[in-house]
Ligand binder design. Structure first.
Ligand SMILES: Nc1ncnc2c1ncn2[C@@H]1O[C@H](COP(=O)(O)OP(=O)(O)OP(=O)(O)O)[C@@H](O)[C@H]1O
Length: 231
């Protein structure tokens, strides 16, 4: 069993605005996320969900707004924030010529995670990709590729998960696994922002709908209790 994350961690994003191709996608969006919270990001195709996640992951410039992590105003590219996040995009970011295991070993080592064989086997087994992980990644099915990408997030040990349609290509069993993984992550005071078009079973928490007019802060706090700003 892995240790819990600091319960008083907090991600605050205020007045976020995003541009793409010279067009304003949205402005004045607010997120206030505490340990133990999963925020669902909704919106029609092209409304800017991926753009928002890529911005929070530090892969696109933050054109407008402010990000605070544990009370400190930081750029999304700042190390104290980057070291806490795991980002899963539409693309698996794995090398097709390497096996799933080799990809995981490379990516987790790069992220500074110790390679714990038993834990890796446990996660791959739970995801049903223990065998597929021995194949060249390029020979895996879309669902298997997605599951291996999710294994990378789960094994990352990071508190903040930014997941762009993690349910894509997953069958019903995979979707149930994802729901369980998110619930378990939240129970350990993990945090996640999940862009999805589907209903992920038993996922509760705030929803930010980018199709809607900007208004309320997407926020939630377990039991309404938070510690101080340090984490
Ligand atoms: N590289 C790019 N250059 C210019 N515009 C882009 C680029 N990528 C995306 N866009 C535009 O930005 C807008 C938002 O795209 P984004 O992928 O963030 O939406 P989304 O809500 O994630 O969509 P979906 O639900 O289809 O995944 C779209 O209008 C899209 O055409």
């Amino acid at each position: 069993m892995e240790p819990d994350y600091p319960a008083n961690s907090r991600l605050q994003v205020s007045n976020l605005g995003c541009l793409r191709g010279g067009r304003v996608l949205f402005r004045n969006r607010h997120i206030d996320l505490h340990g133990g919270t999963v925020l669902t990001l909704r919106g029609s195709n092209g409304s800017g969900k991926s753009t928002l996640l890529r911005t929070l992951a530090g892969l696109l410039p933050m054109r407008a707004g402010e990000l605070r992590w544990c009370g400190r105003t930081l750029l999304p590219t700042a190390a104290p924030y980057q070291s806490q996040l795991a980002y899963l995009s539409h693309h698996p970011a794995m090398n097709d010529a390497l096996t799933g295991i080799e990809n995981l070993h490379y990516l987790l080592t790069l992220a500074g995670m110790p390679w714990q064989v038993e834990r890796v086997r446990e996660v791959l087994g739970a995801l049903g990709v223990l065998q597929a992980a021995g194949l060249a990644f390029g020979k895996c099915s879309q669902g298997q590729r997605r599951r291996l990408g999710l294994a990378r997030v789960l094994l990352s040990g990071r508190q903040l998960w930014l997941l762009d349609e993690p349910d894509s290509a997953l069958d019903d069993l995979g979707l149930q696994w994802l729901a369980g993984a998110l619930t378990a992550h939240a129970a350990r005071a993990g945090m996640a922002i999940v862009a999805t078009h589907r209903d992920i079973p038993s996922l509760s928490g705030p929803v930010l709908d980018l199709s809607a007019t900007a208004d309320a802060v997407a926020t939630a706090a377990p039991n309404g209790e938070h510690g101080g700003s340090s984490c």
